[in-house]
Design a binder for this molecule. Sequence first.
Ligand code: FAD
Length: 488
Amino acid sequence: MKAIIIGAGIGGIATSIRLAKKGYDVHIYEQNNYMGGKLSVFEQDGFRFDAGPSLFTLPELVDDLMAFQKEESTIKFPYKKLDESCRYFWEDGKQLTAYTQPEKFGAEVEKVLGVPAEVVVNYIAKSEFKYEKSAKIFLEKSLHKSSTFLSKEIIPALLNIYKFGLFQNMNQVNEHQLKDSKLVQLFNRFATYNGSDPYQAPGILTSIANLELNRGTFYPEEGMYQITDRLTKVAESLGVKIHLNTKIEKIAVDNKKAVGIYQNKELIPADLVVSNMDIYPTYRKLLSDQKQPENTLNQERSSSALIFYWGIDREFEQLGLHNIFFSEDYQEEFHHIFKSKTIAPDPTIYVNITSKHTPSDAPKGMENWFVMVNVPSNSGQDWDKIIPEIRTSVLDKLSRMLGKDIANHIKTENILEPRTIESKTSSHQGALYGSSSNNRYAAFLRHPNFHQKIEGLYFSGGSVHPGGGIPLCLLSAKIIDDLSPEAK
Ligand code: FAD
């Protein structure tokens, strides 16, 4: 049986491996001339930059896929667990390093902020508890099959539902548990891991912190792109055929069954079709003659990002792999992103420097900076005016907080912004994670991984269940594996 996958994002590649392992003859069609979608790479003037994701958690989900490679293959995916997860900087000069062992992080919080260590240790334990009890239902299974709600995992989830914080927002949970304003800001930031607003997103999302601060932050030896590269090799070892530079125009449906795709107006038949494209253009363009799930498609989009890739001609000892420079008014920042759809004058800045771990990512004595600010998804803002303004405030803030005129040290520059994220990956409005999780029903309003009326049509990737980010995209592939028929 033949399966077609539209899009070579990480969710598409993972689905290709799983379907090939099931015995399907799998073909991936990708509009770009490269694999990975958002999880891609580029080089410029001797600097290597991971273009999109920089934070890697739950590596076992990649290991699971590596294990599917052909027996005689020797594809390796080397990565390491990091001791340190992130360095945080505030305008008043306070600096805090977060560690991936709760006790060590607690001791650092006590030393720097004067908050007893057990406050953080207990918080992380609760975060782990919520994740452990909810993930098997909300992340690892389809929410659109009655079997999920009849499974044995539903009992612990239901028994503990009152502990999940579903009726409070993240900020309320964090203020209640942490009290200290800097700690609240630090833990509120985990809402941005799926492009949401901690002042609106449900308290259950406080479970995200445990992934980084307890289960661990990891780093692939050759950088994030290694994930795309190795999984592509595993797919190829299983016989998956990859067609680059091939944009798909339509999904062919006959008698309520997906029967293939159209490319250049020509029908390419298949027994099963998976769209790894964003769900919005999938419906609006590829399924335009089918009923549109308006409620799902019109959900608020997640945030997007403005990224400056800077080759820096010196080293900064005080910085690590992941660094955050916080704004003074966090609530105002999210109000700008989600309510007024603009960017606050003093945004929080994330700086990722992979040359800290892989020195060959930058020329000797230099660093590759990925400098990111969360911004609203594209609804027609005047980005040509906004981007230079934000560039100036980012440079001012970093120069002020690091005590060096950063502009003088930029040797090379590239920029990614909502419009280019959309043009490169077809992600509606350039959103990073599909729809936001700014209300407690968001998980149920995301599109299922299958079409409820069209047999043989499936959906993977960050805009459908269970949501955005590498781990969840990999889980979408696993759910399709569970739901799809064996190949005959
Ligand atoms: P996508 O990457 O969205 O790819 C979809 C693919 O479909 C693209 O290659 C596109 O070209 C192709 N396509 C679209 N239309 C067609 C068509 N008609 N025909 C053929 N092909 C088509 N996640 C994390 O886990 N950690 C992070 O630190 C993190 N940081 C991020 C930072 C940035 C700047 C960005 C952009 C994203 C970040 N994310 C992060 C999110 C993560 O990158 C995404 O959730 C994930 O990579 C999305 O994968 P996907 O499978 O949905 O496919």
